[in-house]
Design a protein around this ligand. Structure first.
Ligand code: DGL
Length: 295
């Protein structure tokens, strides 16, 4: 992957406003990459906590839900670009979200192509949610970009919960990380796998714990920097003005009273203000009376 020194200078100069979206705190890994590469971009964040986790939802439920929630969030926060910082959502409903929104949409897809290039042994692993693992989109990526590479897959919702726990400040138990990723290593009977794709944006949050608890040394790769680069490119090409003076906002879709720790987590990631946008029940969205334009 390119280092920031290799990046076109316009990416670093980009301004405007990005809204980074995920089911929970996973997209914060993309926020960090974006801030690093393009400090001039104003970044707001939306965590669809009312519908979390996405990884075990049916395709039909997610397809119905995602374009609607994306539309609501864009209406509310008025970004210049909408970044789906979630593999589970992007690999299923990126076309539907693009169709619904009138602004550019950046999706997140598993870093299979760079991983296949990096592998010295010809065997890579992919850790994702169960949803991403079973997607046709993921199979097509493997066929197109890792055709000559052996790809082992493992879907784990437990790792998503472990990452959420670490993000809210809980002490990690390495034993849990070890057992959550063991089924991937179990498939690698002759120890050939040398690169593992972190194909869920939650997982880079716990890369250190994954590395420390892995049965063997492997290289973990993710798409954070690539998404940040693409977002910067889009914003510089569209020539939108510099960042607003307004403080970044994080929006959640479930009641904060149930999740007091979220407030602290977002603060640590540079979002001093957290707002409840709407309540989501059984896939139905009810916008609150307080819904108002952001600017
Ligand atoms: N962060 C999401 C992803 O990249 C998934 C987490 C979830 O299951 O909601 O796939």
């Amino acid at each position: 992957m390119a280092s920031s020194a290799d990046l076109p200078s316009e990416t670093g100069m980009a301004g405007g406003k990005a809204l980074v979206f995920d089911s929970g705190v996973g997209g914060l890994t993309v926020v960090e990459a974006l801030r690093k590469l393009s400090p001039g971009i104003h970044v707001d964040y939306a965590a669809d906590t009312g519908f979390f986790p996405y990884g075990d939802k049916s395709d039909a439920a997610l397809r119905a839900h995602l374009p609607r929630i994306a539309d609501q969030l864009v209406e509310y926060l008025k970004p210049d670009v909408f970044v789906i910082a979630c593999n589970t959502a992007s690999t299923l409903a990126l076309p539907e979200v693009r169709e619904r929104l009138s602004i550019p949409v950046v999706g997140t897809v598993p870093a299979i192509k760079p991983a296949a290039h990096l592998s010295q042994t010809g065997r890579i692993g992919l850790l994702a949610t169960p949803g991403t693992v079973r997607r046709d989109y993921t199979s097509a990526l493997i066929e197109d970009f890792a055709g000559d590479v052996d790809v082992l897959l493992h879907g784990s919702l437990e790792l998503v919960s472990l990452a959420e726990a670490v993000a809210r400040g809980e002490a990690p138990n390495l034993q849990h990380f070890a057992s959550a990723q063991q089924p991937l290593f179990d498939q690698d009977t002759d120890d050939q796998m040398d690169v593992v794709v972190l194909a869920c944006t939650h997982f880079p949050l716990v890369k250190a714990q994954l590395a420390a608890s892995a049965p063997r040394k492997v290289r973990y790769v993710d798409s954070g920097e690539a998404i940040a680069r693409q977002t910067g490119r889009i914003l510089s090409a569209s020539g939108v003005a510099g960042a607003s003076e307004v403080k970044p906002i994080a929006v959640v879709t479930s009641n904060l009273e149930d999740r007091p720790e979220l407030q602290k987590t977002f603060k640590r990631f540079g979002f001093p203000k957290v707002e409840l946008l709407e309540s989501v029940a059984d896939g139905a969205i009810a916008a609150p009376a307080s819904l108002r334009p952001y600017r």
